[in-house]
Design a protein around this ligand. Structure first.
Ligand SMILES: [Zn+2]
Ligand SMILES: [Zn+2]
Length: 377
């Protein structure tokens, strides 16, 4: 069974924290590496006048892409948030920084090592960027150079891995302890796994980033436990069941004025049951899992998930932002909160494809992913 992780707004974000593999809402994006120029001060493509606000970033590594850190950056135009054109989803695939250094006994891997060394140098050079405007994107030479050394798709990358696997297996056990804690269920343990690496790796925050429009908070992520499961562990089941049922009604009232009508609706009722188990959740993560819709229209929308332009596979559900986030996020400077959506579903290619000719910048792939907006009911 595919697990679901749910996210809650947690403590205020520490403004000195520049660790890029963090899951947080608001503030400015912490990029893994200096992003290409077109991602600076993004404009809304729907109204084409508003600056997009930075809504959240989510650290979403996958076992299927073990050599990459994987981050999502979600931007939204508060005025146009009830349609997909008012959103921008950028996924970053960032090659692991401390990619092992004990592969030097193989020619093919030597190439990798060179690439890696090159990257480390780049990162060092960029360590004290201070984000000068001149650094933004103008570096054409570097970009060309990068694209020649980066593989086209992760499918290819994976093929390469299987070839190198025999050679690597000897070292894998050694690497396991070092690498695994960072990759295994990091959604859950990220903030518990503070270590020296966290102090060393510093992301890039753009000064005076116009997307910085909301107060910033950490997101606390845990595996979803439904009330039903929780009940089984309770001695006094009936008492809790009562509470659960009344909770449903409360939730329904919170979600819609037309409670009675909607509770009759099967989709909405299922939605309420799930959410009612953990009412403050504002994010649900379940790669390859199920989008939790609140309307038949939503079910129809996710049924027609887009296809990947590279490999033509239907994109897979990865996570959703719930409208509960709207009441939990605070616009800065007493601006009104204009966000208006039911659910925002993020869909991604199961192969993590990208376009070598335009998605790579300084070794990092920046991929615009799909979002489906279910309107508020
Ligand atoms: Zn707009
Ligand atoms: Zn694909």
């Amino acid at each position: 069974m595919i697990k679901t992780f749910i996210g809650y707004v947690d403590t205020p974000f520490d403004s000195d924290d520049a660790y890029p593999y963090e899951t947080k809402i608001g503030g400015a994006p912490i990029w893994c590496s200096q992003p290409p120029a077109q991602y600076k001060d993004l404009k809304c493509t729907s109204c084409s006048k508003e600056n997009l606000a930075f809504l959240l970033q989510a650290y979403c590594p996958l076992d299927s892409v073990p050599d990459y850190e994987r981050n999502y950056y979600i931007f939204v135009c508060p005025k146009c948030s009830n349609g997909a054109n008012g959103w921008k989803v950028i996924k970053c695939l960032d090659p692991l920084k401390e990619y092992d250094d004990d592969q030097d006994d193989d020619e093919e891997d030597n190439e990798n090592d060179d690439e890696q060394e090159e990257e480390v140098t780049t990162k060092k050079e960029q360590g004290d960027w201070g984000v000068d405007d001149d650094d933004w994107g103008a570096d054409d030479d570097n970009e060309n150079e990068t694209s020649t050394t980066t593989t086209t798709s992760l499918q290819q990358q994976e093929k390469k891995q299987t070839i190198a696997e025999m050679i690597k297996s000897r070292d894998q056990q050694l690497q396991l302890d070092q690498n695994k804690p960072k990759k295994k269920q990091p959604q859950v343990s990220l903030r518990e796994s503070f270590n020296s690496e966290q102090e060393i790796i510093s992301g890039v925050v753009i000064e005076n980033d116009k997307s910085n429009q909301y107060e910033s908070y950490y997101l606390f992520i845990e595996e979803e436990k439904l009330k039903k499961q929780q009940h089984q562990q309770q001695e006094d089941q009936s008492h809790h069941l009562k509470k659960y049922q009344s909770h449903d009604v409360e939730e329904a009232e919170a979600w819609s004025g037309e409670t009675y009508e909607y509770v009759q609706d099967r989709v909405f009722s299922k939605f309420l049951k799930k959410i009612g188990s953990n009412p403050d959740q504002c994010l649900r993560y379940s790669f390859g899992g199920e989008a939790l819709c609140m309307s038949n229209q939503g079910v129809e929308q996710v049924r027609n998930a887009p296809k990947c332009k590279q490999c033509s596979r239907t994109k897979t559900f990865e996570f959703q932002i719930l409208s509960t986030m709207i009441t939990q996020i605070e616009p800065r400077n007493n601006q009104p909160n204009e966000l208006d959506f039911g659910n925002a579903f993020i869909y991604s290619c199961p192969n993590n494809c990208y376009d070598k000719s335009k998605d790579i910048f300084n070794d990092v792939a920046y991929i615009e992913d799909s979002i489906i907006i279910e309107r508020a009911v």
